[in-house]
Design a protein around this ligand. Structure first.
Ligand code: TIU
Length: 221
């Protein structure tokens, strides 16, 4: 068992029943000209998470721990895109429209894919999800249960949107979640702070929070 110094108390996990989940590290959220920027956001706020996630990903690959990637996006025919999601924000160029990196948040398009720095390797499942949560309308739960996974180490973007929704879904499904504070990011610094506090408050109402250095240190010893 591995013990990580975390908030609100030590997080203990067995690597053989743990998965690293990397949420939505897609060009559309992290690179200029994508969906994130079209929503009026500064993408540089998210890019701080790339290097810390790379370090954790490398270590988990060395330790042969299960690694799962997710991507938010929709079918090219938009049949899985709720009208409410399509029209929200009255964007001149929104989901399904053609942007500089192809159609925004559409599967198979350049913008929808994961950034080169965190490119998935063979054997690492990629979950294509139409919503903010990684469990909604996906086979994530069955992949996790088939592998006997009980704990999730959570990374990705954005902290208060897809990361939080996924952690809440996971919590209700009985998974223990450790969120790595420097491996998740928000376009809004105040949301980053509040969202992390919400996870660990009330005795760990949704799980645990720790810097990735604590996890890497625990794995070394
Ligand atoms: N806009 C925003 O903060 N997030 C999303 O739209 N999706 C994810 O968080 N992945």
């Amino acid at each position: 068992m591995i013990t990580v110094k975390a908030d609100p108390y030590d997080f203990v996990f067995d690597p053989s029943t743990t998965a690293l989940i990397i949420i939505d590290m897609q060009r559309d959220f992290l690179e200029p000209d994508g969906f994130g920027e079209m929503l009026g956001n500064d993408v540089s706020q998210l890019r701080t998470a790339i290097a810390p996630i790379q370090a954790v990903l490398d270590t988990f690959r060395q330790h042969k721990v299960t690694i799962i990637h997710t991507r938010e996006g929709h079918r090219p025919d938009l049949s899985d895109l709720p009208v409410a999601k399509k029209v929200r924000g009255h964007l001149s160029c929104g989901i399904g429209d053609v942007g500089p990196m192809g159609r925004i948040l559409i599967r198979g398009e350049r913008g929808h894919d994961i950034i080169d720095e965190l490119c998935p390797q063979t054997g690492e499942p990629i979950i294509d999800k139409p919503g903010k949560g990684s469990f909604y309308a996906t086979d994530l739960q069955s992949i996790l249960s088939n592998r006997g996974i009980k704990s999730l180490i959570v990374t990705g973007v954005t902290t208060e949107v897809c990361v939080h929704t996924t952690v809440r879904e996971a919590n209700d499904r009985g998974f223990e979640c450790l969120v790595l504070a420097d491996c998740v990011a928000s376009y809004f610094p105040e949301f980053q702070t509040a969202a992390l506090k919400m996870i660990a408050a009330q005795g760990g109402i949704f799980g645990w929070v720790a810097p990735s250095a604590n996890l890497l240190k625990a794995l070394q010893s």
